[in-house]
Structure formats: C-alpha cells, structure tokens
Design a protein around this ligand. Structure first.
Ligand code: 8BR
Length: 441
C-alpha cells in the first residue's frame, strides 16, 4: 500500500465528503478552562508555606491546599500531565484568590470536538453545554454550524442561548515549562518537559447530568444528528457529596443511550484519562456494552486491560502486537463493534471490514498533524498542508499487521508541534464522523 498516495487522494476529497456527512451530537462535557503559566517563585513560596516537599500518597482528588500543591508538584517534577477534581468549594475559592481565573478558553471534550468538527467544515453539530452561562457561551467561536439546545428548547448557537452570568465550573490549567526550577529542602528540582497540571472545579457536570430540555429536543431532532459522541467520564466521582454513586449516574446515562439507540443513533464513547478505578469500572460494566464505538489511546487502553484482568505488557509502549491483542480482548469482553486506537505514529481500527474506514482515518491523521503544527483546528482544505510531513517509521512497520478486521494506518508526524493538547479529540471525532463514509462514496 502506498500511504503517501492514499493521503494525497483523500486530502483532495475531504471537503466533498464532509459536505455529505450526517450531523453529530456531542455530550456531556463543555467547560471554561482557566489557563495559567507557572510563576516559580510563587509555587516555591506556597510549597514552603504549606510544607509540601514531595508528592508521595498522591490523592485521587483535591480536598485540601496540600493535595492541590502535591498534584502541582507532581507535574512540575515529573513533567507528566495530571488532572484532579477539586472536592471542596473553599479550596476552589483559595485557588481563585491566589491565582485568579487565568485566561479563559473553551475546553472540555465535547466543546473541543465541536470546534474541531465545525472548523473542519462539518455542517451540523449539536453540543451539550450546561449550565450555559454567559462566560462559557461567549467562549464558543462564531461558527454557524455549532449549535446547542437553549433552556427554552431552541436550537441555537451557544452565544444566543445563555441564561445566567456566573461561571459555575472552571478547569484551571497550570502550565509548566521545561527548565523551570524550584528549590525544596535544599534540593533543586528542574522541570523536565512542558506539560500541564489541571485542577477542575465542576460540581454540576461531574455528575454528567443530562438536562431535560436537551433530552427532549435531541430526541425530537435525532434524525438530524444520528451520531452521538459521549465523553466527560474523567470528571466523574465515585460517590458524590449527596451520596449518589457513579453507578447510579452511569445507569441514568445508560437509559438515555438506550432511548437514542432505539431511535437508530450510533453511540461513540471517548475514553479520556479516567483516573478513578471505580468510575472506569462503572463505564466498562454499564456503558461499554451499549456503545457502537470507542476512542482510546495507549495509556487508557493499558488501564482498561488491567481493569479487565488482562496483561497490559507492551500496550503503554504502543507495541502493535500487544495493542491488537488487547483491543480484541476489550472488544470481546465489552462487545464493542468498533474501536479506534490512536498513538504517536499510527491508528489501529478494530472493526468488521476495518479497511472501509481508511478515508476517515487518513483525513483525521492529516487534521491532527496540521493542528499539531499550527496550534488550532484546521479546515478540510488546509489539511493538504500536512502532506509534507513524514510518515512514521514505527507506524509503517505496524501497518504490516493489518488484516480484514484490523486496519493500521501509519500517521504523519510533525517534528516540532506547536500544541498537542486536544489532538486525541480531533482524531476520534473526525474519524467517527466519517465512519459511514462508504454510504456516500
Ligand atoms: P491524546 O490526546 O489522546 O493523548 O492523543 C494524542 C495523539 O496526538 C497521539 O496519539 C498522536 O496520534 C497525536 N500526536 C501527538 Br501527541 N504528537 C503528534 C505530532 N507531533 N505529530 C502528529 N501527531 C501527534
């Protein structure tokens, strides 16, 4: 297979096919991100004041200033990304008093996917954003194809549908930079790479509540948006302050999924990095069996393998043999017919007649490479610019394992990416939106 040829051919057809794609609905995670860069002197001062000298016993969520500082120190010291939910309002207030809101940017998997798809040229996108307060609504770009359901049941651009002023949720993104230094207990700590620590305050959405007005209007208009991408599970909790459990929340989402599946919608689950084991288990037990499709990366797949009692050896390293074996096991146990795995260098699609989706995968790969290069979502025209990037050698080797139900696409690699955040969302959403491509080719 000449992959360069394939990418060239498909980049030329991308806009034509996007025109024909059906509508996509995206729920249940749109939020305002507060972006902050790290002020090393301030971080050091706070660590000393609260006597946080290491990140041992890193908690799963933030219930104290010390927990927050441990998470921050973890990312600063290891250069690894970490997201933790804030459990208490007084800690959220403490962060706001000490750091402010930061620069507000649209975030959350659903909103990111909406922007990726709309910028690309998809015509019908319905995104869930709740509560739709003014500060959140105004962060959505002015692209007409992005719609939401307003509380009074209209399908409108988010800017035309907000209700209140006050921001009820914020995800603080503390960016750390390679080479930044702090000194703790006489030891110098040098940040090894650029990354981010995320502290999230999201008491409403963390339940992934589906507002009645959205349910009602979506069910009425489902034929216009017959694909549903579900995401946001990474912000759920095991047990909520009111005693409700994640299992009960998952059942509630499941009954909505049953409703929409009865009416013919196809449901995709975007995994994202769910740190809580109980949340992952509830997702696997309750929602996986109902899903038509799953989007996942190597870290997420290795966790699921472990959860299912399977070996995860080689998965984290992206070894294609290990990945394909694990994908088959997940598919068997959970009964998901389509799994789209992505890692640096290649995508692997497990599905009956997997090759029929190569168009969507190739277009997603070019869009991801272009996004990595320019730092924002590209249009369907613009992805041609990504053709000049080289194909991954690892991916080319991996592609030899392709078989009838396993399609492996080597991807383009951008040597100096401007931005890598949100790439997974771009890859999964474009590929899923084009997954029924053979219907209109
Ligand atoms: P997540 O958002 O799920 O982590 O996925 C990120 C994906 O972005 C990777 O799996 C990889 O396919 C893609 N990617 C990254 Br990270 N860096 C890239 C680069 N420099 N060029 C092209 N794709 C990249």
């Amino acid at each position: 297979m000449n992959y360069e040829q394939l990418f060239l051919e498909f980049s030329e057809k991308a806009c034509e096919f996007v025109e024909k794609a059906s509508g996509v609905a995206l729920g249940f995670h749109s939020v305002a991100d507060g972006i902050l860069t790290t002020d090393v002197e301030k971080l050091q001062r706070l660590l000393l004041k609260y006597e946080v000298f290491d990140f041992s016993n890193l908690p799963e969520s933030i219930s104290s200033v010390e927990d927050f500082l441990k998470g921050y120190l973890f990312t600063f010291t290891t250069g690894k990304a970490l997201q933790m939910m804030i459990d208490k309002k007084d800690i959220k207030n403490w962060i706001e008093e000490n750091f402010g809101k930061g620069t507000l940017k649209l975030g959350g998997t659903s909103a990111n996917m909406a922007v990726a798809l709309a910028s690309f040229g998809f015509k019908k996108i319905l995104v869930y954003a709740y509560p739709l307060v003014r500060e959140l609504a105004e962060l959505f770009p002015n692209i007409e194809s992005i719609k939401t359901v307003s509380q009074d049941g209209r399908i409108v651009h988010p800017k035309d549908g907000w209700k209140e002023e006050k921001l009820g949720a914020i995800h603080w993104i503390f960016e750390v930079k390679k080479g930044q230094k702090i000194s703790l207990s006489g030891k110098e700590i040098v940040c090894p790479r650029d990354n981010r620590f995320i502290a999230s305050w999201n008491p409403v959405n963390s339940k992934l509540v589906i507002a009645d007005h959205f349910k009602r209007v979506y069910l009425e208009r489902i034929s216009e948006y017959p694909k549903f991408m579900l995401a946001g599970f990474h912000i759920m909790r095991d047990v909520y302050p009111d005693g409700e459990t994640v299992e009960s929340r998952m059942e509630d989402i499941a009954s909505f999924v049953d409703e929409i599946k009865k009416r013919g919608a196809k449901v995709h689950i975007e995994m994202a990095s769910i740190r809580r084991k109980r949340v992952r288990k509830a997702l696997i037990d309750i929602l996986f069996p109902r899903a038509d499709s799953l989007g996942i990366n190597e870290v997420e797949l290795s966790w699921i393998a472990e959860d299912l009692g399977e070996s995860d050896e080689g998965v984290l390293e992206g070894d294609p043999n290990a990945v394909s074996t694990t994908l088959r096991k997940v598919s068997e146990k959970a009964g998901i017919g389509r799994i789209h795995f992505h890692t640096l260098g290649y995508y692997m699609l497990l599905e009956k007649n997997a090759e029929k989706e190569k168009f969507g995968l190739a277009v997603a790969a070019l869009a991801a490479a272009r996004r990595a290069e320019i730092g924002s979502s590209p249009s369907c025209d613009d992805i041609k610019e990504a053709l000049r990037h080289p194909l991954s050698e690892t991916g080319l080797k991996a592609s030899k394992l392709s078989s009838s139900d396993l399609y492996i696409l080597p991807t383009k690699i951008v040597s100096k990416p401007k931005l890598t955040v949100g790439l997974g969302d771009t890859i999964s959403s474009i590929a899923f939106s084009l997954s029924d491509i053979d219907d209109f080719v």
